[in-house]
Design a binder for this molecule. Structure first.
Ligand SMILES: *Cc1c(COP(=O)(O)O)cnc(C)c1O
Length: 379
């Protein structure tokens, strides 16, 4: 049921989606309750098949969260102490957390002021910082922030030159494309999340890893269940309990049926925002040849705090992704930073603000949001 009594606009309206497919979802969950295979049931195999097919990746391995989708490849590839992984600082904590959890070293890299994604010059400086710290750079973790793919080509050139591999954190970007290719096939490994607020989401925690590397896939499959893959009495590797649940897979299968339509709706919402706001504030810029899935619609403004306050007074929620860069947060303060610091990251942390964004945001509500932002900037 939608809460019509509240005048607060939702930031993400999961109930609007639910009312569209509630019968199908209820029936899908019920089927799992009836067959009782809660762990690794038929829905897991089916959703992995569908997700692999959709991306064109050779293999899809579902797992318990987006964070697991990033640590599984690091574990399978034996990234650990003495190794460096280049990571943007302007991202969600998981991107660096998994590197640190492995005992490896995240080296923080700056981002581009327009796309919010990894900056190539800063990446090069980060490789020098890693070397100066006596570390062996092993991988680059690209993050497709807010749903827009990283510009992979120049990053892949650097990766190839230095013998690094790309682990793409597409937690916010499942469904986006780069030069015609869906994310999931571009790095050596791609991880995504099905956390409820992500563009493709289940009703709890979940994630998936995509790769064309069969050997790595087999190892990750083993690591996902205690390093024995669930099938053997003996562990081959250190592992986790990192399986996706059958019930969540059943939910995801139903949501996949409307996902393409939701992508179109997200694009329409983003276009309306851009049309209504790009003359007065920095609106998101897509790189040539990329499509975004619009996990967030994020403005950059020196008057960010005025926008937040004005919208709050109109019962319009906003969100700050991210007000504090990772390299400034307690667990990450000791790690190397590229170049002479991360000026773009620091500036964005002070100036970004995200507007309500979901496939069911109606034109009327958006007109109201756009007027409120315009009023804030005129004041
Ligand atoms: C959400 C997110 C993750 C982690 O996903 P969980 O499913 O919450 O573990 C990782 N990286 C980024 C960029 C994210 O936004």
């Amino acid at each position: 049921m939608r809460d019509t009594a509240s005048s607060q606009l939702p930031f993400i309206d999961l109930q609007a989606q639910r009312s569209r497919i509630s019968d199908q979802i209820d029936a899908a969950i019920r089927r799992v309750l009836d067959h009782g295979a809660f762990i690794m049931g038929p829905e897991i195999i089916e959703v992995e098949r569908q997700l692999a097919e959709r991306t064109g990746a050779e293999h899809c391995l579902t797992c318990a969260s987006g964070t697991d989708a990033l640590i599984l490849p690091l574990m399978a590839a034996n990234i650990g102490p003495g190794d460096a992984v280049l990571v943007p600082s302007f991202t969600f904590t998981s991107s660096a957390e998994v590197v640190a959890l492995r005992g490896a070293t995240p080296v923080f890299v700056d981002v581009d002021p327009q796309t919010f994604n990894m900056d190539v010059d800063s990446l090069k400086a980060g490789l020098i910082a890693a070397e100066q710290a006596g570390l062996t750079a092993k991988a680059i973790m690209t993050v497709d922030l807010f749903g827009q793919p990283v510009d992979f080509d120049p990053i892949r050139d650097i990766a190839d030159q230095h013998g690094l591999w790309i682990l793409d954190d597409a937690a916010q970007a499942f469904g986006a494309t780069y030069k015609g290719a869906p994310l999931g096939t571009i790095g050596r490994v791609t991880g995504t999340s099905f956390y409820p607020a992500k563009p493709l989401a289940c009703y709890g925690d979940g994630g998936a890893v995509f790769t064309d590397d069969t050997e790595l896939y087999e190892r990750m499959k083993c690591v996902r269940v205690h390093g024995n893959g669930g099938g053997s009495a003996e562990a081959k590797y250190l592992g986790l309990t990192a399986r996706f649940d059958s019930i969540q897979a059943a939910v995801l299968i139903e949501k996949l049926k409307i996902f393409d339509d939701e992508c179109d709706r997200r694009n329409a919402v983003a276009q309306r925002y851009t049309k209504g706001l790009s003359d007065i504030v920095q609106t998101p810029r897509l790189i040539e040849g990329a499509t975004s899935i619009w996990a967030q619609y994020t403005l950059v403004s020196e008057q960010r705090d005025v926008i937040v306050k004005t919208l709050a007074a109109e019962n319009i929620p906003t969100a700050l992704f991210y007000p504090r860069p990772l390299h400034a947060q307690a667990p990450y303060q000791g790690y190397p930073v590229s170049g002479n610091g991360l000026p773009v990251t620091e500036q964005l942390a002070a100036q970004v603000v995200s507007l309500p964004m979901h496939p069911y945001l109606e034109a009327d509500a958006q007109t109201h949001i756009i007027s409120a932002v315009r009023a804030a900037l005129a004041s």
